[in-house]
Design a protein around this ligand. Structure first.
Ligand code: MN
Ligand code: MN
Length: 463
């Protein structure tokens, strides 16, 4: 049951279309390196495609009807978009779900210190990272500092050619004999992922401040550039991410190397598919959530009631809200819960079972189940639903493959699928294969990005 390589099937026109999709995707990656930045981009593209915010809609006349394009944002980090269909909402929606948070290093609430004439920011990593991958790289800082009066100061340092970058040091090889004997998980300690941000002492300080002249200078710069004080770190969300733009990868330019492709590759292609919909039969929805990498918790994660509340508002706007209609609308929905798959990597072949692995270039991946050690924690999609989804993909001539995450008992992972399944809707995991998942730079195939976008469109049309 080998699956075909999508590249072998493309006409010139299709390759052109693929490049256009990938170009837009790269732009999205460059502009969206945090969940907040992603939401900003998503809203921008949605509004350009005629979407209006739920709040504006309700304020205008409150009536919601077929053909309406509506989005709603929670705490600037989670977003749901709906294109209202001809059919009753009670009969369910076709939902594309994905997440927009990615592994990174978060700045601590009390982060700034000086040691040996060097100034640092202390971090606490977010999500699953191999700590040794985050040293000796150019890094950027993205995020917000919120002042006591509520002013939100946006921070973005390290992305422009002229910007300085930030950095975490590693021990020189000459002195690393002992370090190299350590287990990989212990080579770099979580607490020592500290960001080097300065080495220039401020002159002419009073005696009591001379000891921390480099730190004082950093504070002076922060004050001048952003108007923030040291105490303002208490109410900041600053994320350290790899600096630099998404790049084409390979002499044949067939791949994308970029930070945060888990899971922005599924999020963005889902958004593109939704924005292309014209007068859908069933209501089309795209739900892009935060906090997946730390268990989908919190008000902006999939476990929150954000989505359910949004659907309740839609029903109210249609004059059809009741607890039962809401439950029926959710239960009767179909969802592609999209997240990245582990791409088969010949260099680490022993981690995979080749018949049930995802290969770069062979199209969108369906994962009937995820989980670990005996499918634990997995939403195991119904065979009937898998049949329906593969029939849709085949009828639209979309390249797809099926896979599971590595060999049995080697490891595992979870997604948001099991949470949507709580409503009794049909859900299957799907997504794009990635090499070096969760590394500062991850690799995808352009063909898979393109096939994913087409698959999502087909699903919205026919599920
Ligand atoms: Mn993911
Ligand atoms: Mn992940």
């Amino acid at each position: 049951m080998e699956r075909r390589n999508a590249w072998l099937t493309y006409t010139d026109a299709e390759e052109k279309e693929m490049e256009a999709v990938v170009k837009a995707y790269r732009h999205f990656l460059d502009k969206g390196k945090t969940e907040r930045e992603c939401v900003t981009q998503i809203v921008k593209e949605a509004e350009a495609a005629g979407y209006v915010s739920l709040e504006d809609k309700l304020a205008a006349n409150g009536k919601i009807q077929a053909g309406d394009k509506i989005y709603t944002v929670g705490m600037k980090k989670i977003v749901a978009l709906f294109h209202i269909g001809q059919e009753e909402l009670e009969n369910g929606m076709n939902i594309l779900g994905a997440h927009i948070d990615s592994p990174r290093l978060d700045i601590k609430q009390n982060p700034l210190y000086e040691d040996s004439d060097l100034a640092y920011l202390d971090t606490h990593y977010y999500g699953g990272v191999k700590k040794y991958q985050w040293v000796a790289l150019p890094l950027a800082m993205h995020g917000v500092v919120v002042k006591k009066d509520g002013t939100v100061v946006e921070v973005n340092i390290g992305e422009e050619e002229e910007d300085p970058v930030l950095y975490i040091t590693d021990l020189l090889i000459h002195l690393a004999g002992k370090q190299l004997q350590k287990k990989a998980a212990e080579v770099i300690d979580g607490e020592s992922l500290d960001i080097l941000i300065g080495s220039r002492p401020l002159k002419d300080l009073p005696d009591e401040k001379k000891k921390e002249a480099v730190k004082e200078n950093v504070l002076k710069i922060l004050k001048e550039k952003y108007g923030v004080e040291e105490e303002d770190f208490l109410s900041a969300e600053l994320e350290i991410v790899p600096a630099g733009k998404a790049r084409e990868c390979g002499l044949d330019r067939s791949m994308i190397a970029a930070y945060g492709q888990d899971d922005r590759v599924c999020a963005y292609t889902s958004l593109l598919a939704l924005l292309e919909m014209e007068a859908p039969k069933r209501t089309s929805c795209c739900l892009l959530v935060d906090k997946e990498e730390i268990g989908s918790v919190g008000a902006t994660g999939m476990q929150s009631r954000f989505f359910e509340n949004s659907v309740a508002e839609l029903l109210e706007g249609m004059g059809k809200y009741s607890e039962l209609t809401l439950r029926r609308a959710l239960r009767s929905s179909s969802m592609l819960s999209s997240d990245v798959s582990a791409g088969f990597d010949p260099a680490y072949a022993e981690a995979f079972e080749k018949k049930n692995a995802a290969f770069l270039g062979r199209g969108i991946v369906l994962n009937k189940f995820t989980g670990a050690r005996g499918k634990s924690g997995s939403n195991d999609a119904n065979a009937e639903y898998v049949a329906k989804v593969r029939a849709i993909l085949d009828s639209h001539e979309i390249a797809f493959q099926t896979a599971e995450l590595g060999k049995v008992d080697i490891g595992g992972g979870g997604t948001i699928a099991y949470i949507a399944a709580l409503y009794g809707m049909e859900v299957i995991d799907s997504g794009v294969a990635v090499l070096s998942m969760h590394a500062p730079w991850e690799i995808t195939s352009k063909a898979d990005v393109y096939e994913a976008k087409k698959a999502y469109k087909a699903f919205l049309l026919d599920a």
